[in-house]
Design a protein around this ligand. Structure first.
Ligand code: 13P
Ligand code: SF4
Length: 301
């Protein structure tokens, strides 16, 4: 039996739903029940009625699923699938930052640990960060964490003077405005899409045609008639964009934009995860109870 067929059989046997992020390996995306960005997958996890949720993504996504749907068993197929950006701030560091800015609203990007979310007032993803910040009363001081590039982009879009935590995603931060210029010259006329975590997105806004979450890029792919589009984010997204729109050529701005954490999971890991019911993700009740409110608010926004 093929690995794909085994995964299909085990999903039924174990009463499991398989969620996969847009950066997952193509073969993992192809067997998933739902593929999407952080916000979409959080919503799918929250409404999942299967006994088991297998999360082909990274740890903070699986933790979010557990917090939003605590009666389900949530499995992460490889425990090495962490996130360098989520590791950029600890709950203790956040408590110290809050102490230096009493009364400030804390906006945490979803790429954070459950402990950090539990210390936050708002949570956002790349697709709703601008909307979440706009919903905060204008006279309230804001601490935004942990991605300084996303924070800088939101600051420019909203005009809000936010304090930014100095963290970044090493996969996206390596893309610089010079890379945009080079790509523009090499591919004249091709629109450029950039994820807001990119080191170039906020600094090179005039060169970028659209700053989008990964699902935003997929929607763009559905609609565009351009012969070529340049894509500045993790290369896993290209599979879905090309599948949806085979007539446009989707060219990565930089072929080296590969997230090692997202690539930890392969099809055999998904099969083993279902077969052996591993690795179970738990969030302590006290943490989950505090983090749930900010996540519910994020889902509703
Ligand atoms: P999206 O929510 O846009 O999919 O981004 C998640 C992520 O980890 C980007 O690096
Ligand atoms: Fe984390 Fe960056 Fe990988 Fe996204 S691409 S999961 S932010 S390390």
């Amino acid at each position: 039996m093929s690995l794909e067929a085994e995964v299909g059989r085990l999903k039924e046997e174990r009463d499991a739903v398989l969620l996969a992020h847009n950066y997952q390996r193509p073969e993992v995306q192809d067997v998933a029940d739902f593929v999407g960005d952080s916000l979409y997958l959080s919503r799918k996890a929250r409404e999942a009625d299967r006994r088991v949720i297998v999360f082909a993504g990274v740890r903070f996504m699986a933790e979010t699923a557990k917090i939003l749907n605590p009666s389900r068993t949530v499995l992460l197929p490889d425990l090495r699938a962490g996130c360098a950006l989520a590791d950029a701030i600890t709950a203790e560091q956040l408590r110290d930052w809050k102490a230096a800015h009493p009364g400030a609203a804390v906006v945490a990007y979803i790429n954070t640990s459950a402990d950090v979310k539990a210390e936050s007032d708002y949570c956002c993803t790349s697709s709703n960060a601008v909307k979440v910040v706009e919903s905060i009363p204008a006279d309230r001081e804001i601490l935004f964490l942990p991605d300084m590039f996303l924070g800088d982009y939101v600051r420019k879009r909203t005009g809000r003077a936010m304090h930014l935590w100095v963290g970044d995603c090493p996969v996206h931060a390596r893309m610089r405005p010079e890379d945009m210029d080079r790509a523009r010259r090499a591919h004249p006329g091709a629109p450029i899409l950039a994820h807001p975590e990119c080191g170039c997105a906020s600094q090179a806004l005039p060169q970028v045609d659209r700053v989008l979450s990964t699902d935003g890029m997929v929607r763009y792919a559905e609609e565009t008639r351009a012969p070529e589009v340049l894509v500045a984010t993790e290369v896993g997204i290209l599979h879905r964009m090309q599948q949806i729109n085979p007539t446009t050529r989707f060219t990565p701005l930089d072929l080296g934009t590969v997230c090692p954490f997202m690539k930890e999971i392969d099809l055999a890991d998904v099969r083993d995860s279902l077969q052996l019911q591993r690795y179970v993700i738990e969030v302590p009740d006290a943490t989950a109870d505090r983090a749930r409110g900010v996540l519910e608010r994020m889902i509703a926004s």
